[in-house]
Write a protein that binds this ligand. Structure first.
Ligand code: HEC
Ligand code: HEC
Length: 372
């Protein structure tokens, strides 16, 4: 009895609500309401045991739906560029370990920008320094600027958000990923957070180096072993011996140290003369001029040209430069010493660098453009 009375009461209430005049003149269930599932499923990032724990970002917990949304956005040229011809994937191509093959990235206007597109592998292990100069501390915030770069001057983030809100699929995807109710809740922050969730899933951990050193399922060739032991890594090197010592800065397992160094490649008179000041522009400390973040060497054989401005075409040129030693400006890293290297040793070092290539990354179906 009581139940029936309740339901009758509820019906009455609904009826009266339905009859009431809406003061704003819009329908009570207005067009901005998004329907569909809204319980994001936590995403479990699978990390090999030989990697450190991924950095957790409490501001951007990952979900299956968030990763899926980010993947759609990453590949969607119709949303991000005015001409509909450019997406994140234009400069970050899976088959090139998420780089673009250019020395300096080519923007929407067809002009090269100042720097080389970076590989996007293993970003989940980078605690706080994105871009060559560490200008961004959070992965999700990093994505704000590339979007602006993909747009013409009369176009901006407002336009991107307008397109997303009016899209036939995206509102439901945002609701699924972030549990939002209204299209107006789709904003810049959720968009870049979804992009970051997808980027964090891109893991490269199955190179020959990993299989030999961590998985114990393969062996280095004699040449690769020579490159590893007596050239790249720094253990067993007697003090005072000039040695490539790449592992001082490019240390395993990511072959980067998330620190900033002047690795001596630029010929300048003083620390004030660098064209691209790199870290110095971020800290305003002239001693940081010409310093850049040590990038990962994972998949390095696939990501030529090299350095922040793509100045070297080949790994051989890179090694010749390091072997020649730096140009001697005062903030050059003390580990840039120059060293003798024979042709045979150079081949061995290059052979070892090739063991960082992860073929499975290049075809991993989780990272390709989504089918639907
Ligand atoms: C025009 C080419 C281009 C496009 C398009 C582009 N990027 Fe980049 N990306 C770059 C360049 C160049 C850098 C290095 C920037 C710097 O250091 O100043 C970079 C750096 C990055 C980094 C830093 C990686 C690291 O290890 O620190 C991330 C992450 C990234 N891009 C993600 C994205 C996302 C997400 C999009 C789409 C919203 C995107 N990029 C679109 C060229 C591009
Ligand atoms: C003092 C630290 C340090 C040492 C030692 C060092 N590197 Fe680097 N490496 C860097 C930094 C910093 C950069 C980025 C510099 C830039 O872009 O201007 C870099 C860039 C590179 C790049 C280009 C990566 C890319 O994505 O474009 C390669 C390849 C490389 N190093 C290989 C080596 C090799 C091989 C050795 C040993 C012979 C070595 N490095 C020794 C710090 C170092």
């Amino acid at each position: 009895m009581l139940r029936t009375a309740h339901i009758a009461g509820l019906l009455l209430l609904l009826l009266t609500l339905g009859c009431r005049e809406d003061p704003t003149g819009t329908d009570p269930i207005d067009e901005g309401t998004i329907t569909g599932p809204s319980n994001p499923t936590p995403y479990v990032l699978e990390v090999p045991e030989y990697f450190p724990s991924p950095v957790v970002d409490p501001e951007n917990p990952m979900s299956e739906e968030g990763v899926d949304l980010g993947r759609h956005l990453f590949y969607d040229a119709s949303i991000f560029s005015t001409e509909g011809n450019m997406s994140c994937a234009t400069c970050h191509k899976q088959e090139l370990a998420f780089t673009d093959g250019f020395g300096r990235a080519i923007g929407v206007r067809g002009e090269p920008g100042p720097r080389s597109a970076m590989s996007l592998v293993n970003l989940a292990f980078n605690p706080n320094a994105f871009n060559w100069d560490g200008s961004e501390q959070k992965l999700w915030q990093q994505a704000i600027h590339p979007v602006e770069n993909m747009l013409e001057l009369d176009n901006d983030w407002q336009e991107v958000i307008r397109k997303l809100r009016n899209h036939e699929d995206y509102p439901a995807r945002f609701r699924a990923a972030f549990g939002i109710d209204k299209v107006e809740e789709i904003d810049q922050e959720l968009t870049v957070k979804a992009l970051a969730q997808f980027e964090r899933t891109i893991i490269s951990a199955d190179s020959k180096f990993d299989r030999v050193v961590y998985q114990n399922t393969e062996f280095f060739t004699e040449e690769e072993q020579l490159g590893a032991d007596s050239l790249f890594f720094v253990e067993n090197v007697p003090a005072g011996v000039l040695h490539p010592g790449c592992g001082h800065c490019h240390n395993a397992p990511q072959f980067g140290d998330n620190k900033f160094h002047n690795n001596g490649i630029t010929d300048v008179e003083t620390i004030y003369d660098f064209v691209d000041k790199g870290r110095g522009d971020i800290t305003s400390n002239p001693f940081d001029n010409g310093k850049f973040r040590t990038p990962t060497l994972r998949n390095i054989a696939l990501t030529a040209p090299y350095m922040h401005d793509g100045r070297f075409e080949t790994l051989e040129e890179v090694i010749d430069e390091y072997a020649a030693g730096g140009h001697g400006v005062e903030n050059e890293d003390p580990n840039i010493t120059g060293f003798p290297i024979s042709e045979r040793q150079k081949r061995a070092l290059i052979a070892f660098l090739h063991t960082f290539t992860d073929e499975s990354l290049l075809e991993n179906p989780e990272y390709t453009a989504p089918r639907e």
